[in-house]
Ligand binder design. Structure first.
Ligand code: 5RP
Length: 294
């Protein structure tokens, strides 16, 4: 028998104070379960609502590309400045210390290499392994208009269904074939298809014309990939414009790890994403951090 609790004065119950009902801050995520929201909140900073994902999963189809020859030496020093690490399970287990507090977005599609048709991917990771690795989201490549379009879309929907069972969100990564036109019309189509079929957030590329229509038409958050290495000011300008035009962050790889000073560059990108820093100011920050190191 529990002992009688006689200290329960009415005032302790604060009957006049309503319990807060938090409105979740991420676009399109209100109806998700607690685990899903909690994982998304480890990717998207709750204060800014945005994320700097550091992408270094490129090796899954192109091997040790420039800047990723030694992930232990080149990428681990960047880890403290990222909100999230996007990578493969091979690199996670072999190189990233399990004591890392960063959220993990795990690449779960694969099977094609740069030597063959890239859209010919399958699901390459069991959901159980994603659970075991305590990941915050799973990333699947989707090739709208590509040779294996349907296969890649079904890879995504399968991972969404599996992730829903365990509260793990799925990031749809829109990949554009070499001969396809990268414009707002294409990205509206690709991102919307991914979101309609259940992706919890979508990665796409920035386009200078009409990007705001891409983010407006997509009911879940959009993050932009960096793409090929371009001058630092151009990369910061691209990130700035994407954020001002509705993106919820970046999933950037080469423009960070191929920069002359990657640790300075990721901090400059953070300033743009989380503090709305103007590109020129962020470039000044980049140079001052770069020079401090010397
Ligand atoms: C590879 C990817 C990359 O993670 C993505 O392209 C981001 O990296 P980058 O900024 O170098 O383009 O999804 O398929």
């Amino acid at each position: 028998m529990p002992e009688a609790d006689e200290s329960g004065e009415a005032k302790q119950f604060h009957a006049e104070v309503p319990q807060p009902a938090e409105k979740f801050y991420l676009k399109g995520s209100q109806s998700l379960d607690w685990g899903m929201k909690n994982r998304l909140a480890r990717i998207f900073n709750p204060l800014s609502g945005r994320t700097v994902m550091l992408a270094f999963d490129h090796g899954y189809f192109q091997g040790p590309t420039t800047g990723l020859e030694r992930i232990d030496l080149a990428i681990l020093p960047l880890e403290p400045y990222a909100d999230t690490l996007m990578l493969t399970r091979g690199i996670l287990r072999s190189i990233v210390p399990p004591s890392s507090q960063k959220s993990i977005v795990l690449r779960v599609s694969g099977g094609a290499s740069i030597l063959k048709e890239l859209s010919n991917e399958e699901i390459a990771v069991d959901i159980e392994d994603a659970v075991r690795l305590n990941v915050c989201a799973m990333a699947v490549q989707v090739f709208i208009g590509g040779e294996h379009e349907k296969q890649s879309v079904i890879n995504m929907t399968k991972m969404i269904d599996r992730g829903m069972r365990y509260g793990i969100p799925t990031l749809a990564v829109t990949a554009v074939g070499k001969d396809m036109k990268r414009d707002a019309r294409y990205f509206r189509l690709a991102t919307r298809i991914c979101a309609e079929l259940g992706a919890h957030y979508v990665k796409t590329y920035y386009v200078p014309e009409g990007f705001e229509t891409v983010t407006a038409a997509c009911p879940v958050p959009i993050v932009i990939a960096g793409g090929k290495k371009i001058p630092e000011l151009d990369a910061l300008t691209m990130a700035y414009r994407a954020i001002q035009e509705g993106a919820a962050g970046v999933d950037m790889g080469r423009n960070i790890f191929q920069a002359e000073a990657p640790v300075a560059m990721i901090q400059a990108v953070r300033a743009v994403v989380h503090r709305n820093e103007k590109p020129e100011k962020a470039l000044e920050l980049y140079h001052s951090l770069k020079n401090k190191k010397k």
